[in-house]
Design a protein around this ligand. Structure first.
Ligand code: PLP
Length: 418
């Protein structure tokens, strides 16, 4: 069966790279858990292993169900090829290791995902790789941070958790000027809302654990890039480190992707309503959401992104205790470390994801004591807002204002109701 190649994204999500099974006519993707594959003769086996002939030869280097998904992700991102891996961190570390060697330096946006920060500051230096975290909203600063041995620029936009939006096109011009690859973590947007390769990026990485799968039941990651780089990652990094993505999880992501368009529209529309509500609430000091006019990169976001995404971060008045007590008081939103699921998920970075980082360090990355990250789910926006409202009202009643400073009165213990 031949297929039209220039479909819109909503059609691509359903049809790209997928065909009815040639034996049974089954429309949904077959799950093939096989590790071993038989060859008609030794010459064919040798040609497949050598990469001279297309094929799968051993589960650590590829899988037919996963291959369908890899082709689909590559098409959705507009890339030449992609590789599915066991987590977003497997994708991020593999992409970085594919372009960096001993003695190399990488420039990284300063508010990058915590796992990426940990990899770059703890493991990468053991292999002679150095890193500088830079404010990439400032292009002069970015330009000045590039050294002789800089071999990549790595960014995340919008960033986790403060939703800083970076100018992909402008940054890609800088990377091209220095002939170094630009790597972008597109997890928060998904290809539905942002296509970094079209804007000049060279490599896209994803935590498919989030919006791509979208149901909170799979851990997976993807790297999208030129075929040569993907083959290198498959053979020399992921294959050797054993980071393969299995058939069942690939099947679940293929299933999740079919509804990604509907999901992303609902995430965006709910998040916009939530952000507008929060911006007008007295108990909230600041809201970070690219869809708000008050966001410093609102115009850039409108230009670069098809939608503003499902993550809203905000600061509640009253500092650390107020932030903690606010999320303890929520009933519908669940306290969780993940994001991008159908359920509204909430976390308090200062006491959860970033608790081990000293306050002065945390503040450099914009993680204030009262900061809350909300992954706005697919529920009815009225219910999400009503839940926030009751928790904010509770917190307001316990915040003391002393000479303009807000602090939380901790005398009332709060018990979470779920
Ligand atoms: C922006 C971003 N990138 C990467 C990751 C890592 O993904 P995973 O947990 O699938 O390894 C996360 C996880 O929260 C994330 O938020």
């Amino acid at each position: 069966m031949t297929k039209k190649v220039f479909w819109d994204m909503d059609t691509q999500l359903i049809h790209s790279a997928q065909y009815p099974d040639s034996n049974t006519g089954a429309i949904s993707q077959a799950v093939i858990p096989a590790v071993a594959y038989a060859f008609p003769d030794v010459e064919t086996a040798a040609a497949v292993v050598a990469g001279e002939k297309e094929g799968i030869y051993y589960g650590r280097y590829g899988n037919p169900t996963t291959r369908t998904l890899e082709q689909k992700i590559a098409e959705l991102e507009g890339g030449e090829d992609s590789i599915g891996l066991s987590s977003g961190m497997a994708a991020i570390s593999s992409a970085l290791l594919a372009v960096l060697s001993r003695g190399d330096h990488v420039v990284v946006t300063k508010d990058v995902y915590g796992g990426t920060y940990n990899f770059l500051t703890s493991l990468a230096p053991r292999f002679g790789i150095s890193v500088d975290f830079v404010d990439c909203t400032n292009l002069d600063c970015l330009q000045a941070s590039i050294k002789e041995n800089t071999k990549a620029i790595y960014i995340e936009t919008p960033s986790n958790p403060c939703l800083t939006v970076l100018d992909i096109e402008a940054i890609s011009k800088i990377s091209k000027l220095h002939s170094i690859p630009l790597i972008i973590d597109n997890t928060f947007m998904s290809p539905y809302l942002q296509k970094p390769l079209e804007l000049g990026a060279d490599i896209v990485v994803h935590s498919a654990t989030k919006y791509l799968n979208g149901h909170g039941d799979v851990l997976a990651g993807f790297v999208v890039a030129r075929k040569k780089l993907i083959t290198f990652i498959r053979e020399k990094i992921a294959g050797n480190l054993g980071q393969n993505l299995n058939a069942w999880e690939s099947f679940l992501i293929l299933r999740g992707l079919k509804t990604m368009g509907l999901r992303m529209k609902q995430h965006c529309s709910n998040a916009q309503k939530v952000a507008e509500y929060l911006e007008n609430n007295e108990a909230v000091q600041k809201v970070y959401y690219p869809g708000l006019r008050s966001h410093p990169q609102h115009q850039l976001a409108k230009r670069q992104m098809k939608g503003m995404g499902g993550i809203v971060s905000f600061e509640v008045r009253g500092g650390f205790s107020a932030g903690k007590q606010f999320i303890n008081q929520l009933n519908l939103a669940m306290i969780s470390f993940s994001l991008g699921d159908p359920e509204t998920l909430v976390q308090h970075p200062a006491s959860m994801t970033h608790f081990s980082i000293p306050e002065n360090e945390r503040l450099k990355f914009g993680i204030s004591d009262g900061l809350i990250r909300l992954s706005v789910g697919l529920e009815d926006s009225k219910d999400i807002i009503a839940d926030l409202e009751q928790a904010l009202a509770f917190c307001s009643a316990h915040v003391k204002v002393n000479s303009g400073q807000h602090s939380y009165n901790e005398s009332t213990p709060i018990i979470r109701k779920i």
